[in-house]
Write a protein that binds this ligand. Structure first.
Ligand code: CAA
Length: 258
């Protein structure tokens, strides 16, 4: 099913799994990989047969960051024109829920990519960090903003200013990661969760995801307004009629995604 050079794409029922695949360089995120990833996620997002996406790497690395070799000689103006982070904005707009299955290194852009996902399952071997400071830069794909919102100022400052990596366990305690499981199970657990989400009415799932994300960039007043509009909008869906009728008739609902 996969025509990608740097990704392995698989499907099971309503769940698609996208695995980053540059293992020799710990899935370093070069421009080619990021272009493929964004194209792939957008294609899945347009596919009504896909209701949840699992994004993963391999046991050793989710991703060890942006490709340092690709950036090492670039000038500021070249970076400006390269505009590599524009691709990341497109990931933020994916409507289908994305679950990160993280094992090994999730560093720099790898940590930032993980934080673009909606739910994060980590293995006990996960090592998560923003080590850009150690190579003379700083996070550029949202790390200073998303990490701070997730774990609070103190830990975010420490991670960003020292480059310290935290374990999956510490990340879970800090609220960055949903669940930590033994390394044999991290992918399976993420796929299990994806299946559970894929069993829900897809239109409601999309609108609910949108509303939760809205809370990051709006006032409570505007956010509540947004939530309410999405709530009312669902009364135009067939799935809403089906869901409530099924509850009253004491049967399992059959979702149409309409
Ligand atoms: N870019 C390019 N290549 C990378 C890479 C990266 N981010 N991370 C690892 N690699 C390559 C290594 O160069 C090495 O390649 P060679 O075999 O050709 O030498 C290969 O992957 C294996 O890596 P190591 O030999 O270093 O493996 P290790 O187990 O000794 O160390 C590590 C693992 C601690 C993750 C170490 O590789 C490392 O520190 N990587 C860089 C992490 C980093 O700084 N990430 C931030 C990048 S900047 C960024 O992401 C900006 C942003 O905000 C988007």
């Amino acid at each position: 099913m996969s025509d990608y050079k740097n990704l392995i794409l698989s499907r099971e029922g309503f769940v698609a799994t996208v695995a980053l695949n540059r293992p020799k360089v710990l899935n370093a995120l070069n421009l080619e990989l990021m272009t493929e990833l964004v194209d792939c996620l957008e294609a899945l997002d347009q596919n009504a047969g896909v209701r949840a996406i699992v994004l993963t790497g391999n046991e050793r690395a989710f991703a060890a960051g942006a490709d340092i070799k690709e950036m090492a000689d670039a000038t500021a103006v070249e970076m400006l024109y390269r505009d590599q982070f524009a691709r990341w904005d497109r990931i933020r707009k994916i409507k289908t829920p994305i679950i990160a299955a993280v094992s090994g290194f999730a560093l720099g852009g790898g940590c930032e990519l993980m934080m673009h996902c909606d739910i994060i399952i980590a293995s006990e071997t996960a090592r998560i960090g923003q080590p850009e400071i150690l190579i003379g830069v700083m996070p550029g794909a949202g790390g200073t903003q998303r990490l701070t919102r997730a774990v609070g100022k103190g830990l975010a400052m420490e991670m960003v200013l020292t480059g310290r990596q935290i374990t999956g366990e510490e990340a879970m305690k800090a609220g960055l990661v949903n669940k930590v499981v033994p390394v044999e199970f991290y992918l399976e657990e993420a796929q299990r969760l994806a299946r559970t989400i894929a069993e829900q009415p897809p239109v409601a799932v999309r609108l609910a995801k949108e509303a939760v994300l809205k809370s990051f960039d709006t006032t409570i007043e505007m956010g509540l307004e947004y939530e309410r509009k999405n709530f009312y909008l669902l009364f135009a869906s067939e799935d809403m009629r089906e869901g409530m009728a099924a509850f009253i008739e004491k049967r399992k609902p059959e979702w149409k995604g309409k």
